[in-house]
Design a protein around this ligand. Structure first.
Ligand code: SF4
Length: 322
Protein backbone atom coordinates (compact mmCIF):
# COMPACT_ATOMS: atom_id res chain seq x y z
CA UNK A 1 0.00 0.00 0.00
CA UNK A 2 2.83 2.39 0.82
CA UNK A 3 5.45 1.03 -1.57
CA UNK A 4 5.25 4.06 -3.85
CA UNK A 5 5.36 7.73 -3.00
CA UNK A 6 2.04 9.17 -1.88
CA UNK A 7 1.53 12.91 -2.04
CA UNK A 8 -1.61 14.63 -0.84
CA UNK A 9 -2.54 17.98 -2.38
CA UNK A 10 -5.01 20.23 -0.59
CA UNK A 11 -6.44 22.21 -3.50
CA UNK A 12 -8.47 24.53 -1.28
CA UNK A 13 -9.56 25.14 2.30
CA UNK A 14 -12.81 26.56 0.98
CA UNK A 15 -15.96 24.45 1.19
CA UNK A 16 -19.67 24.68 0.41
CA UNK A 17 -20.33 23.47 3.97
CA UNK A 18 -19.10 24.61 7.41
CA UNK A 19 -19.37 21.48 9.54
CA UNK A 20 -19.06 21.84 13.33
CA UNK A 21 -16.28 19.24 13.54
CA UNK A 22 -14.21 20.42 10.57
CA UNK A 23 -10.50 19.74 11.21
CA UNK A 24 -9.50 22.25 8.49
CA UNK A 25 -11.85 25.05 9.65
CA UNK A 26 -13.27 25.17 6.13
CA UNK A 27 -16.36 27.12 5.01
CA UNK A 28 -17.62 29.21 2.05
CA UNK A 29 -16.00 32.25 3.76
CA UNK A 30 -12.50 30.72 3.40
CA UNK A 31 -10.98 31.49 0.02
CA UNK A 32 -7.54 29.83 0.15
CA UNK A 33 -6.75 27.92 -3.09
CA UNK A 34 -3.48 26.35 -4.17
CA UNK A 35 -1.62 28.40 -6.76
CA UNK A 36 -1.75 26.64 -10.16
CA UNK A 37 1.96 27.23 -10.71
CA UNK A 38 2.81 25.56 -7.38
CA UNK A 39 0.47 22.67 -8.27
CA UNK A 40 2.10 22.06 -11.67
CA UNK A 41 5.61 22.29 -10.20
CA UNK A 42 4.77 19.81 -7.43
CA UNK A 43 3.21 17.24 -9.77
CA UNK A 44 6.16 17.38 -12.17
CA UNK A 45 8.53 16.76 -9.26
CA UNK A 46 6.36 13.87 -8.04
CA UNK A 47 6.65 12.26 -11.48
CA UNK A 48 10.45 12.70 -11.42
CA UNK A 49 10.79 11.17 -7.94
CA UNK A 50 8.47 8.19 -8.52
CA UNK A 51 6.58 7.64 -11.83
CA UNK A 52 4.34 5.16 -9.96
CA UNK A 53 3.43 7.68 -7.27
CA UNK A 54 -0.18 8.36 -6.25
CA UNK A 55 -1.55 11.87 -5.77
CA UNK A 56 -4.52 12.49 -3.49
CA UNK A 57 -6.66 15.61 -4.02
CA UNK A 58 -8.47 16.92 -0.96
CA UNK A 59 -9.76 20.14 0.65
CA UNK A 60 -11.91 21.85 2.06
CA UNK A 61 -14.13 20.57 -0.72
CA UNK A 62 -12.52 19.85 -4.09
CA UNK A 63 -15.78 19.87 -6.07
CA UNK A 64 -16.42 23.38 -4.73
CA UNK A 65 -13.42 24.48 -6.86
CA UNK A 66 -14.27 22.24 -9.80
CA UNK A 67 -12.19 24.18 -12.36
CA UNK A 68 -9.07 23.77 -10.26
CA UNK A 69 -9.87 20.10 -9.57
CA UNK A 70 -10.31 19.24 -13.25
CA UNK A 71 -7.17 21.25 -14.09
CA UNK A 72 -5.30 19.15 -11.50
CA UNK A 73 -6.77 15.89 -12.79
CA UNK A 74 -5.80 16.92 -16.32
CA UNK A 75 -2.19 17.43 -15.16
CA UNK A 76 -1.94 14.01 -13.48
CA UNK A 77 -3.50 12.33 -16.52
CA UNK A 78 -0.94 14.02 -18.79
CA UNK A 79 1.86 12.95 -16.44
CA UNK A 80 0.50 9.39 -16.23
CA UNK A 81 0.18 9.56 -12.45
CA UNK A 82 -2.51 7.76 -10.44
CA UNK A 83 -4.83 9.96 -8.42
CA UNK A 84 -7.43 9.72 -5.67
CA UNK A 85 -10.11 12.17 -4.53
CA UNK A 86 -11.57 12.93 -1.09
CA UNK A 87 -14.91 14.78 -1.07
CA UNK A 88 -17.87 15.67 1.16
CA UNK A 89 -20.31 14.35 -1.46
CA UNK A 90 -22.64 17.34 -1.62
CA UNK A 91 -22.87 16.56 -5.36
CA UNK A 92 -24.57 13.24 -4.44
CA UNK A 93 -27.87 14.84 -3.39
CA UNK A 94 -29.03 15.41 -6.98
CA UNK A 95 -29.15 12.16 -9.03
CA UNK A 96 -28.14 13.84 -12.34
CA UNK A 97 -25.20 15.67 -10.79
CA UNK A 98 -24.22 12.47 -8.98
CA UNK A 99 -23.88 10.62 -12.27
CA UNK A 100 -22.09 13.55 -13.95
CA UNK A 101 -19.48 13.72 -11.18
CA UNK A 102 -18.89 9.95 -11.12
CA UNK A 103 -18.54 9.80 -14.92
CA UNK A 104 -15.99 12.63 -14.78
CA UNK A 105 -13.62 10.57 -12.60
CA UNK A 106 -14.00 6.99 -13.91
CA UNK A 107 -10.18 6.59 -13.85
CA UNK A 108 -9.83 7.62 -10.20
CA UNK A 109 -7.77 5.11 -8.18
CA UNK A 110 -9.75 5.70 -4.96
CA UNK A 111 -12.78 7.87 -4.20
CA UNK A 112 -13.25 8.72 -0.52
CA UNK A 113 -16.60 10.24 0.51
CA UNK A 114 -16.92 11.76 3.97
CA UNK A 115 -20.05 11.21 6.07
CA UNK A 116 -21.15 11.76 9.67
CA UNK A 117 -23.86 13.44 11.73
CA UNK A 118 -22.35 16.89 11.04
CA UNK A 119 -22.26 16.52 7.22
CA UNK A 120 -25.73 14.98 7.44
CA UNK A 121 -27.20 18.38 8.31
CA UNK A 122 -26.62 19.23 4.63
CA UNK A 123 -26.02 15.90 2.86
CA UNK A 124 -28.43 13.06 3.80
CA UNK A 125 -26.50 9.87 4.56
CA UNK A 126 -28.75 7.92 2.15
CA UNK A 127 -27.43 10.15 -0.68
CA UNK A 128 -23.86 9.23 0.31
CA UNK A 129 -24.87 5.54 0.36
CA UNK A 130 -26.30 5.90 -3.16
CA UNK A 131 -23.12 7.59 -4.35
CA UNK A 132 -21.11 4.61 -3.09
CA UNK A 133 -23.47 2.11 -4.75
CA UNK A 134 -23.49 3.97 -8.10
CA UNK A 135 -19.71 4.39 -7.98
CA UNK A 136 -19.38 0.63 -7.46
CA UNK A 137 -21.72 -0.02 -10.41
CA UNK A 138 -19.33 2.07 -12.53
CA UNK A 139 -16.35 0.06 -11.23
CA UNK A 140 -14.97 2.94 -9.14
CA UNK A 141 -13.04 1.87 -6.01
CA UNK A 142 -15.03 4.00 -3.58
CA UNK A 143 -15.17 4.11 0.21
CA UNK A 144 -17.13 6.09 2.80
CA UNK A 145 -15.03 7.65 5.56
CA UNK A 146 -17.44 7.85 8.46
CA UNK A 147 -16.45 10.03 11.44
CA UNK A 148 -18.44 8.75 14.39
CA UNK A 149 -19.18 10.39 17.74
CA UNK A 150 -19.17 8.61 21.10
CA UNK A 151 -22.30 6.46 21.44
CA UNK A 152 -23.18 6.11 17.74
CA UNK A 153 -24.02 2.50 16.73
CA UNK A 154 -22.31 1.21 13.55
CA UNK A 155 -25.30 -0.92 12.55
CA UNK A 156 -27.55 2.15 12.82
CA UNK A 157 -25.12 4.13 10.67
CA UNK A 158 -25.09 1.42 7.96
CA UNK A 159 -28.92 1.49 7.99
CA UNK A 160 -28.90 5.31 7.59
CA UNK A 161 -26.52 4.94 4.64
CA UNK A 162 -28.81 2.26 3.20
CA UNK A 163 -25.94 -0.21 2.79
CA UNK A 164 -26.30 -3.94 3.30
CA UNK A 165 -24.10 -6.13 1.09
CA UNK A 166 -20.75 -7.36 2.45
CA UNK A 167 -18.90 -5.33 -0.18
CA UNK A 168 -20.78 -2.17 0.77
CA UNK A 169 -20.35 -2.71 4.54
CA UNK A 170 -16.62 -3.25 4.32
CA UNK A 171 -16.32 -0.02 2.30
CA UNK A 172 -17.43 2.09 5.26
CA UNK A 173 -14.33 3.05 7.22
CA UNK A 174 -15.06 4.28 10.72
CA UNK A 175 -12.88 6.72 12.64
CA UNK A 176 -13.80 8.78 15.68
CA UNK A 177 -14.22 12.56 15.75
CA UNK A 178 -11.12 14.36 17.10
CA UNK A 179 -10.85 17.58 19.07
CA UNK A 180 -8.99 19.62 16.46
CA UNK A 181 -9.94 22.51 14.21
CA UNK A 182 -13.54 23.69 14.60
CA UNK A 183 -14.29 20.60 16.73
CA UNK A 184 -12.54 22.27 19.68
CA UNK A 185 -15.89 23.97 20.28
CA UNK A 186 -17.80 20.66 20.64
CA UNK A 187 -18.75 19.11 24.01
CA UNK A 188 -16.05 16.77 25.45
CA UNK A 189 -18.54 13.88 25.58
CA UNK A 190 -18.70 13.45 21.78
CA UNK A 191 -15.03 12.46 21.47
CA UNK A 192 -14.39 8.69 21.60
CA UNK A 193 -11.19 7.12 22.94
CA UNK A 194 -8.91 5.81 20.17
CA UNK A 195 -6.79 2.65 20.54
CA UNK A 196 -3.69 3.25 22.70
CA UNK A 197 -1.27 1.99 20.05
CA UNK A 198 -2.27 2.65 16.45
CA UNK A 199 0.09 3.50 13.59
CA UNK A 200 -1.00 6.72 11.86
CA UNK A 201 -1.41 5.76 8.20
CA UNK A 202 -2.02 9.39 7.22
CA UNK A 203 1.62 10.04 8.16
CA UNK A 204 2.61 7.93 5.14
CA UNK A 205 1.43 10.66 2.78
CA UNK A 206 3.48 13.83 2.25
CA UNK A 207 1.04 16.72 2.22
CA UNK A 208 0.95 20.00 0.28
CA UNK A 209 -1.34 22.48 2.03
CA UNK A 210 -3.32 24.94 -0.11
CA UNK A 211 -0.98 27.68 1.16
CA UNK A 212 2.00 25.83 -0.35
CA UNK A 213 3.37 24.51 2.94
CA UNK A 214 4.79 20.94 2.96
CA UNK A 215 3.80 18.70 5.90
CA UNK A 216 4.19 15.12 7.09
CA UNK A 217 0.44 14.42 7.03
CA UNK A 218 -3.00 15.78 6.12
CA UNK A 219 -4.00 16.17 9.77
CA UNK A 220 -3.37 18.54 12.64
CA UNK A 221 0.30 19.01 11.69
CA UNK A 222 -0.85 21.43 8.94
CA UNK A 223 -2.47 23.70 11.55
CA UNK A 224 0.03 23.75 14.43
CA UNK A 225 1.74 27.14 14.18
CA UNK A 226 5.49 27.71 13.96
CA UNK A 227 8.35 25.34 13.15
CA UNK A 228 7.74 21.72 14.20
CA UNK A 229 8.81 18.14 13.43
CA UNK A 230 6.14 17.53 10.76
CA UNK A 231 6.68 20.77 8.82
CA UNK A 232 9.05 20.22 5.86
CA UNK A 233 9.21 23.57 4.03
CA UNK A 234 7.27 25.33 1.29
CA UNK A 235 6.84 24.47 -2.40
CA UNK A 236 8.26 27.84 -3.48
CA UNK A 237 11.72 27.12 -2.05
CA UNK A 238 11.91 23.45 -0.92
CA UNK A 239 12.60 20.82 -3.60
CA UNK A 240 10.09 18.01 -3.07
CA UNK A 241 12.93 15.44 -3.01
CA UNK A 242 14.39 17.22 0.05
CA UNK A 243 11.02 17.11 1.81
CA UNK A 244 10.68 13.40 1.01
CA UNK A 245 14.14 12.74 2.50
CA UNK A 246 13.50 14.90 5.58
CA UNK A 247 10.25 13.04 6.18
CA UNK A 248 12.01 9.68 5.85
CA UNK A 249 14.65 10.73 8.41
CA UNK A 250 12.22 12.30 10.89
CA UNK A 251 12.31 10.22 14.09
CA UNK A 252 9.12 11.84 15.36
CA UNK A 253 7.14 11.17 12.18
CA UNK A 254 8.41 7.59 11.87
CA UNK A 255 7.43 6.97 15.50
CA UNK A 256 3.90 8.28 14.84
CA UNK A 257 3.75 6.06 11.71
CA UNK A 258 4.59 2.96 13.72
CA UNK A 259 3.53 3.10 17.37
CA UNK A 260 1.18 6.08 16.94
CA UNK A 261 0.80 9.62 18.23
CA UNK A 262 -1.03 8.69 21.43
CA UNK A 263 1.69 6.30 22.54
CA UNK A 264 4.41 8.84 21.75
CA UNK A 265 2.51 11.52 23.71
CA UNK A 266 2.35 9.17 26.71
CA UNK A 267 6.05 8.22 26.42
CA UNK A 268 7.06 11.91 26.04
CA UNK A 269 5.11 12.96 29.13
CA UNK A 270 3.46 15.88 27.26
CA UNK A 271 -0.10 15.15 28.43
CA UNK A 272 -0.75 17.48 31.41
CA UNK A 273 -3.17 16.47 34.13
CA UNK A 274 -6.04 18.71 32.92
CA UNK A 275 -9.43 18.22 31.23
CA UNK A 276 -8.39 19.79 27.90
CA UNK A 277 -5.32 17.59 27.48
CA UNK A 278 -7.34 14.54 28.54
CA UNK A 279 -9.79 15.13 25.64
CA UNK A 280 -7.01 15.99 23.17
CA UNK A 281 -5.05 12.86 24.09
CA UNK A 282 -8.03 10.58 23.32
CA UNK A 283 -7.22 10.88 19.59
CA UNK A 284 -4.12 10.69 17.35
CA UNK A 285 -4.43 14.20 15.91
CA UNK A 286 -5.25 15.65 19.32
CA UNK A 287 -2.10 13.96 20.66
CA UNK A 288 -0.13 15.42 17.76
CA UNK A 289 -1.41 18.87 18.69
CA UNK A 290 0.40 18.38 22.02
CA UNK A 291 3.47 16.66 20.50
CA UNK A 292 4.13 19.46 18.00
CA UNK A 293 4.03 22.38 20.45
CA UNK A 294 7.37 24.24 20.48
CA UNK A 295 7.76 23.82 24.26
CA UNK A 296 7.45 20.01 23.97
CA UNK A 297 9.99 19.56 21.15
CA UNK A 298 12.97 18.33 23.23
CA UNK A 299 10.85 15.90 25.34
CA UNK A 300 9.25 14.43 22.21
CA UNK A 301 12.53 14.02 20.34
CA UNK A 302 14.17 12.43 23.39
CA UNK A 303 11.32 9.91 23.65
CA UNK A 304 11.46 9.12 19.93
CA UNK A 305 15.21 8.56 20.25
CA UNK A 306 14.75 6.24 23.25
CA UNK A 307 12.47 3.90 21.25
CA UNK A 308 14.39 4.17 17.97
CA UNK A 309 15.12 0.40 17.68
CA UNK A 310 11.49 -0.54 18.33
CA UNK A 311 10.33 1.96 15.73
CA UNK A 312 12.84 0.76 13.12
CA UNK A 313 11.73 -2.85 13.67
CA UNK A 314 8.08 -1.90 13.23
CA UNK A 315 8.92 0.22 10.19
CA UNK A 316 10.51 -2.83 8.57
CA UNK A 317 7.55 -5.00 9.61
CA UNK A 318 4.74 -2.63 8.57
CA UNK A 319 6.25 -0.90 5.57
CA UNK A 320 9.21 -3.05 4.50
CA UNK A 321 11.45 -0.02 5.03
CA UNK A 322 14.87 -0.92 6.40
S1 SF4 B 1 -2.09 11.71 14.17
FE1 SF4 B 1 -0.51 13.23 13.79
S2 SF4 B 1 0.56 12.44 12.04
FE2 SF4 B 1 -1.40 11.39 12.11
S3 SF4 B 1 -2.79 12.60 10.84
FE3 SF4 B 1 -3.01 13.34 12.93
S4 SF4 B 1 -1.60 15.06 13.06
FE4 SF4 B 1 -1.01 13.85 11.32
Amino acid sequence: MFENLRVGVQLTESCDLACQHCSTNSSPKVTTKLDRGYLKAVLEQVKEIDPLAEVGFTGGEVFYVRDLLYYAIGLVRDLGLAYSVTTNGTWSVDSTERQQVLHSILDVRKLGISADVYHATAVPRRAIGRALQEARELGIDAVIRYTYTEGEEFEEILKELGLGTDDERMRVHFSGVMRVGRATKLKPGVFPMFPEREPCLAASTLMIRSTGGIFGCCGESMYVRGPHDLRFGHVKNTPLKDAVDARSNSRVLQTIRTIGARQLAVQSGVIRDDPDDEVLARSPCGSCHLLLQEENKSKVNAAAERIRDQVDTLRALYYGEV
